[in-house]
Design a protein around this ligand. Sequence first.
Ligand code: F6P
Length: 321
Amino acid sequence: MAKTIAVLTSGGDAPGMNAAVRAVARAALSKGIKVYGVRRGYNGLLNGDVFEMNLRSVSDILSKGGTVLYTARSPEFNTKEGVKKAADNCRKLGIDGVVVIGGDGSFRGARDLTGEGIPCIGVPGTIDNDISSSDYTIGFDTAMNTAMEMIDKIRDTAQSHDRCSVVEVMGRRCGDIALEVGIAIGASAILVPEVPYDLKKDVIDVLLKNRETGKKHFIIVVAEGIGGIDGIVKEIEAQTGIETRGTVLGHVQRGGSPTLRDRVVASRMGYRAVELLEEGQSNRVVVMKDNHIVDYDISEALAMKKQFNIKLFNIAHEISI
Ligand code: F6P
């Protein structure tokens, strides 16, 4: 049973991380557990950049994007010596449990720290929804809503000019943002890293066919993992004669006030992470499965393979005519 825990955010930030931090702090304090906030991910454990939290430390952060704990990717922590040092620092502070909010890379760190004797629990926080063990990651909904709003604006100008707009959304290895946003904004085509594509057949021919039935402006949504949109923009314009523009939405998708869904999921996951430490569990990751909050062994979770929703992808294409 943990008596003193710490919470940190690691890797790319995601809207809703603050809601998870708040839930961890409040759940711990309500259970009589002392809680430290750790700044800048695992770096904070290495440098001793931690502070004791009280009930008011997490006031007014629920609606804020980013992470009040700051975040970082820590090369030093990725070494054996780094993990040992972090574990020693935890012991010095009396920390006997750590909640790590981040992605798969952060969970590997949590597994290693557990291996050095500090029980860790992972909470999935990343806009990409690319954690294989979880149906949902904190930040995904907010990022998608931001992208949807941005692309609705792009459609206004594409429509005014009878243009094609190619929009790149985030997702380094995962096309989930592109898929759902593509459906939500009525994309003529969606390109994702999980499904090989043929530009002529899957995009150019679709645009030409749509044009024959009277369509005059088009949006193509491309996941970042496809590897850049410049070539696609040029090729579409050259082969169709449709004036084409490219937009990379970029980090706008990582910021902003979290949606209701992200706030609620983050609160549920953060709370469960503290319960697990209270129960004396370690090396677990809290995930969403079929709308239930469950937990898995981190190593087993890391070995899972993510299934892309090909059925939804096919529906998106069928109704994009
Ligand atoms: O992991 C989330 C993500 O937004 C990816 O989609 C993107 O490739 C990456 O982070 C960019 O991260 P950064 O600019 O912080 O290195």
